[in-house]
Design a protein around this ligand. Structure first.
Ligand SMILES: [Zn+2]
Ligand SMILES: [Zn+2]
Length: 244
């Protein structure tokens, strides 16, 4: 878009902080790299989870990401998240249901920045970026797959290869949030399929919110079955164990 047109549009629809919704100043200094989608207080509080804290249980960890205890029940070997769920609730809601695309771009850029700044090794050890698939019907209704938007930004900023259709969803499912943990497992049984060559690949699987982890776990299982070498999970936000 032409930069003057973009400027004019911003006067009418001012950009808002993706976390707290505060109206952002028109002239945004790019002093904090990609954090231009955040207001100054939110930008200085980034990432929202300290490196030595497990995003899921809040316990102390040796390395950034989920602690050993929280990873244990799952097929994937590691998991990372940028924010606690409460912090992104407002922004994610706008992003998911009101179709605010710029929020997707903002969140994706923040995820990319987090990888570039704190996970150089993880970046170097990843062959392929995949997103948790939405059912096509749902995607059509919503107009876009929010997780794909995150992946597109991450790919653009980090150079990681992203495949939007390597993982597919075979049928529509009831929203996971309405179900008990047992029902969640049943609901997702045989739902995902791998539609590309992933043999020997080290995969970073992206989702927006990590709650019980059932969805990511099911995706990881089918990827391993298809020959993936390693599957790690990267989410925008994680809900704590207590909020499940
Ligand atoms: Zn803010
Ligand atoms: Zn933990």
């Amino acid at each position: 878009m032409n930069k003057y047109l973009k400027g004019a549009l911003e006067v009418i629809y001012p950009a808002r902080c993706v976390l707290c919704g505060a109206v952002l100043p028109l002239k945004r200094e790019n002093t904090q790299k990609n954090r231009t989608c955040l207001c100054p207080p939110c930008a200085s509080d980034f990432p929202g989870i300290p490196a030595e804290e497990c995003p899921h249980c809040g316990g102390k960890t040796e390395t950034a990401g989920f602690c050993e205890f929280c990873c244990k029940p799952y097929a994937f070997s590691a998991a990372f998240a940028l924010f606690p769920y409460e912090k992104v609730q407002k922004g994610i809601h706008l992003f998911k249901y009101d179709g605010v695309r710029s929020f997707g771009e903002g969140f994706g850029q923040l995820m990319a920045e987090y990888l570039l700044e704190y996970h150089e090794e993880l970046l170097a050890e990843t062959d392929l970026l995949l997103s948790v698939p939405l059912h096509p019907k749902k995607e059509k209704r919503r107009g876009f797959n929010q997780t794909n938007l995150l992946c597109q930004e991450i790919s653009k900023e980090t150079g990681l290869l992203f495949s939007a259709d390597a993982l597919t969803r075979k049928r529509d499912t009831v929203p996971q949030s309405t179900l008990t943990p047992e029902e969640r497992k049943e609901n997702l049984k045989d739902v995902f399929a791998v539609a590309a060559e992933v043999r020997g690949k080290r995969i970073l699987l992206v989702d927006d919110i990590f709650t019980t982890g059932t969805t990511c776990n099911e995706c990881a299982k089918v990827l391993y079955r298809a020959g993936a070498k390693e599957v790690k999970v990267f989410c925008l936000a994680a809900a704590g164990l207590k909020t499940d």
